[in-house]
Design a protein around this ligand. Structure first.
Ligand code: ZN
Length: 82
């Protein structure tokens, strides 16, 4: 029997934010205790812990405010890419 070890579920999707360095679409990655936004081409990523992601939970709409989360990650990314 083959054993495939999948330690943690990973979510990955392309965003419509673009890298200020190369113009590629940034990817959003959810992995373990962290989320990341970054550019695969430049190998540059910014990280946020899921503890901090909770700040974006909306109790009224009972969902994460992804737009706000991504916008803040993107502004950190732009600073990092500077
Ligand atoms: Zn890039």
């Amino acid at each position: 029997m083959a054993v495939a070890e999948v330690a943690r579920p990973t979510v990955l999707f392309k965003t419509d934010f673009t890298c200020p360095r190369c113009g590629s679409c940034l990817v959003f990655i959810e992995e373990g205790d962290n989320v990341w936004l970054g550019c695969d081409r430049c190998a540059l990523y910014v990280r946020m812990s899921k503890r901090d992601v909770r700040r974006y939970w909306s109790y009224t709409s009972r969902r994460v405010l992804w737009r706000d989360l991504l916008r803040d990650l993107y502004s950190s990314f732009r600073e990092a890419a500077d």
